[in-house]
Design a protein around this ligand. Structure first.
Ligand code: CMC
Length: 380
């Protein structure tokens, strides 16, 4: 009823323009994603996640000197105070790493030397943004160590963010190929317009709250299975299917039951998600290299049936799921990897929001009762 009575109402805000940005653009018709004008495929194949993070935060690709200085700052800012680890150690071992990440940032916030700067201080916001990007892989990586009963490791200054994450999670030097796959996936996950978690970050700081509260809102929003949590759900689904010979029957049965197939579909891409195209190549290559091609084979069957029956295509979370699995990463770290990457997009958006701020406060349609008469509590 509401949709016809209120023509401006769009459930889920579909198609609603929520703001103006210069950070990224999704061109649905051509399945293209650009970060500040650069095609994400170019950034993922030729660049590094650090170059992408710099581009998102500072608006241009760094030259050699700017990149070296940025890398040095990230290295210097990578560690978190011992008090943050003490806070994480209080959590039960069953705590999901997304909750660890949220607490990690909440606990670090008051230690940021710029924490009490006014919300609209652009330079302080950028310094906070760089600290957040620098610390994300340490919070997630050492958070994983703590929940598995291991001591946190000191990050190595010579590591990239991708290497730091892998080093802390596995406790050994990552090999170059694994680090490259991780690095390119971080670039693909870095930024995506007004997606739910980024919008949550912008809504949060638009009240003149701080970037760390925004990051906590972003992490809480990302963890849901309709958003970032889909990469973990997609891997559980692939494991449940188990072998390629079971895939066709499984997917037909799931569709007959009207189940949502995790890792498929997207609000903005009605054809293909460009990130999924890139990530599928990476995941398939990993399968060939490791000799474990069954996930790619199951994926092909699901993709064909979904395209034929529903005209719905995989999003980035689908190939990322089995790529991470082939890298030996624990499944419940897949969405936290998304956090490590998306801190760059989230912070870029929060800085942009605060540079030209207006409170975000939409209207709603009231459909509850009207004209109720007050009845004293003992007479109800
Ligand atoms: N499996 C089966 N049917 C689907 C799927 C799916 N994955 N996605 C959409 N549909 C159908 C849906 O049932 C509906 O059909 P009908 O009109 O007959 O009821 C129609 O397509 C529209 O779906 P919707 O859920 O209203 O579309 P939306 O734009 O609100 O949702 C979405 C987009 C991503 C939440 C949805 O496609 C979905 O739930 N996908 C699975 C979860 C997932 O993979 N999320 C990751 C998104 S990409 C990574 C990220 O940025 O977070």
């Amino acid at each position: 009823m509401s949709a016809t009575m209120y023509p401006n109402y769009s459930p889920g805000l579909e198609g609603v323009i929520g703001g103006i940005t210069t950070i990224s653009d999704i061109i649905s018709e051509t399945s293209t994603l650009v970060y500040r004008g650069y095609n994400v495929h170019d950034l993922a194949s030729h660049g590094s996640f650090e170059e992408t993070a710099y581009l998102l935060l500072f608006g241009h690709l760094p030259d050699r000197k700017e990149l070296e200085s940025f890398m040095a700052t990230l290295a210097a800012e990578r560690e978190v105070p011992a008090q943050v680890y003490t806070a994480l150690q209080q959590l039960p071992p069953s705590t999901h790493p997304m909750d660890i990440a949220r607490l990690g940032f909440a606990a670090y916030a008051p230690f940021d030397p710029d924490y009490n700067e006014p919300a609209t201080n652009h330079d302080a916001n950028l310094r906070k943004a760089v600290r957040i990007v620098a610390k994300a892989s340490t919070i997630v990586g050492n958070g994983h160590r703590i929940r598995t009963g291991k001591a946190p490791l000191a990050p190595k200054p010579e590591h990239t963010i991708a290497q730091n994450f892998l080093y802390l999670v596995n406790g050994v030097e990552p090999d170059a190929e694994t680090a490259h796959v991780m690095d390119s996936s971080l670039t693909l996950y870095a930024e995506h317009g007004f997606n739910a978690s980024t919008f949550a970050c912008r809504v949060c700081v638009a009240t003149l709250s701080d970037l760390y509260s925004g990051i906590c809102a972003g992490i809480g929003t990302l963890r849901g299975p309709l958003h970032g949590g889909a990469n973990e759900e997609a891997m559980h689904m692939l494991q449940k299917i188990g072998t390629p010979d079971k895939a066709d029957a499984w997917i037909h049965n799931a569709l007959a039951n009207k189940d949502k197939i995790m890792g498929f579909g997207h609000r903005e891409y009605k054809k293909q998600d460009p990130r999924a195209i890139y990530m599928t190549k990476v995941a398939k290559a990993l399968g060939e290299k490791t000799g474990d091609t069954k996930w790619g084979q199951i994926a092909d069957i699901l993709e064909n049936v979904m395209a034929t029956e529903k005209n719905i295509h995989p999003n980035v979370d689908f190939p990322a799921a089995y790529a991470y699995y082939l890298l030996g990463i624990p499944i419940d770290l897949y969405t936290p990897i998304f956090v490590v990457a998306r801190t760059s997009g989230w912070t870029a958006h929060m800085v942009e929001q605060l540079d030209n701020n207006r409170l975000i406060r939409p209207k709603c349609i009231y459909e509850g009762p009207t004209s109720e008469t007050w009845v004293p509590v003992d007479e109800r």
